[in-house]
Ligand binder design. Structure first.
Ligand code: EPZ
Length: 419
């Protein structure tokens, strides 16, 4: 089991370039089932992406990963397609459930393993199945699998999601792609990653419009032989390094290959806390705050404050003066990083889905354990500001979603190594 060793309280300065978005690449890989040939660029080479590619290979697509260029080429020559997503692949990467919409849309049947829960919650897929049933799919759950069928194809209709779900919106979009007629999806998630998926589907010939939280998509008859797509940057990776800079960049730390407009809300939160931020068209430069102001935040669907930055923000707020509160309003159990942060000296209490953080508190290095992707990166941030040395165990969680984390931080003077 690999570990990370971090030597704390070092200033950061220099330049970090942001990778492509994992959470945009995953649904776009699922959507590539609908294409003949797709060339996907700016792909982050992280574990979840390799797992999704393995799933596409299992289904029968031909894939090629050109690592040094962060490109994945996918060909679907329609031979020996296996409309099955097995448990062994979906259990470690729940986004595997996104192939359900594509397989149903194009092959009118699919057998996909239920993703099961994970550290941050039960992660049900009832909203995914609700939408597919509305489109006319026959759904049966048996032996831990979703059996979906649409003998005469799916039929466009009006669907209003009872609550906002990124994955359910994506699965519904993929299913509606070849449904007859027009589908109107209401109360959709509108994360930038979904807008990137819509861009990809439009290149595939789909007629899609997005207004507010309503997406309308009509049957796709166009045949696009080959499409090329450059994946949007990873706004969660960006937010993570913005928080690291706010904490530790005595001189400037510039983060590039981004579009600051997409993270306006998060930038305002950091400015409120005290970060000194300069923006350019495709980069931002951040300097450590002179002092950190306490704030209260509730995690919300985009454009609200993202749940995927909640753990990272919590580390920052341990350094703020006074009491801060973070309410986790998206997942039922996303405070697993709290006991680990408390072992490093943080003063945090949880009261009905709200973390109450008392600051400023000096964090000291400790041996800690990662539990999920974003919790693990919050421990890296804590290790960077904590005194002495921090050892982080189970860093396979990190490798699922952060490309070249150590080398990006080392380039900014951090003392971090993997053993
Ligand atoms: C996506 O997960 C992201 N994953 C998550 O990022 C992110 O935290 C989440 O959206 C919220 O922004 C990918 O994009 C691959 P949801 P998803 O459906 O689609 C409940 C990371 O760290 N729900 O928007 O699974 C659900 O339990 C990961 O990169 C249902 O009740 O999230 C949660 O409480 C972690 N029924 C809430 O909705 C459903 O059918 C939001 O979940 C689906 C979801």
């Amino acid at each position: 089991m690999q570990k990370l060793i971090i030597k704390g309280s070092r200033e950061l300065s220099g330049k970090i370039s942001i990778s492509g978005s994992k959470n945009a690449t995953l649904p776009i890989l699922a959507a590539s089932i609908l294409s003949n040939q797709a060339i996907i660029k700016n792909v982050p080479l992280v574990k979840d992406i390799f797992t999704m590619v393995e799933l596409l290979n299992f289904i029968g697509l031909k894939t090629k990963i050109i690592k040094k260029k962060n490109i994945i080429e996918i060909k679907n020559n329609e031979k020996n397609i296996n409309t099955l997503a097995p448990y062994k692949l979906v259990k470690t990467m729940r986004a595997g459930v996104l192939v359900l919409g594509s397989l149903l849309s194009k092959y009118r049947k699919a057998k996909v393993s239920l993703p099961g829960g994970c550290a941050i919650g039960t992660r049900p897929v009832d909203l995914h199945l609700f939408a597919l049933k509305k489109l006319g799919a026959k759904i049966k759950i048996k032996d831990g699998y979703i059996f979906a069928q649409a003998k005469n194809g799916l039929k466009g209709t009006k669907i209003k999601f009872p609550s906002i779900s990124v994955g359910a919106t994506e699965n519904a979009l993929l299913a509606a792609f070849k449904a007859k007629g027009r589908t109107i999806l209401k109360n959709c998630a509108i994360e930038p990653e979904i807008k990137d998926l819509i861009k990809f589907l439009k290149k595939l010939g789909a007629d899609i419009s997005l207004k507010g939280r309503t997406i309308s998509i009509s049957e796709n008859i166009a045949k696009r032989p080959k499409i090329i797509h450059h994946v949007i940057f990873d706004r969660i990776e960006l937010g993570t390094y913005m928080i690291a800079s706010t904490l530790l960049a005595k001189k400037n730390l510039t983060i590039c290959k981004i579009d600051p407009k997409i993270i306006k809300n998060e930038l305002n939160v950091l400015k409120k806390i005290g970060a000194q931020i300069k923006q350019k068209k495709d980069s931002i430069t951040i300097k450590k705050a002179k002092k950190f102001k306490n704030i209260n935040i509730i995690t919300k669907p985009y454009p609200g404050f993202p749940t995927d930055l909640q753990a990272q923000l919590m580390v920052l707020l341990t350094q703020a003066n006074g009491i801060s509160r973070i309410k986790e309003d998206i997942f039922e159990n996303r405070f697993m990083h709290v006991p680990e942060l408390k072992r490093m000296g943080a003063q945090i209490e949880i009261k009905d889905k709200t973390a109450i953080i008392k600051g400023p508190t000096k964090l000291t290095g400790a041996e800690v354990m990662a539990t999920d992707l974003r919790a693990s990166v919050s421990l890296v941030l804590a290790g960077l500001i904590g005194e002495n040395r921090t050892i982080i165990n189970r860093i396979y969680h990190l490798d699922r979603g952060y490309e070249n984390l150590e080398s990006k931080l080392k380039k900014c003077r951090a003392k971090i190594k993997r053993i």
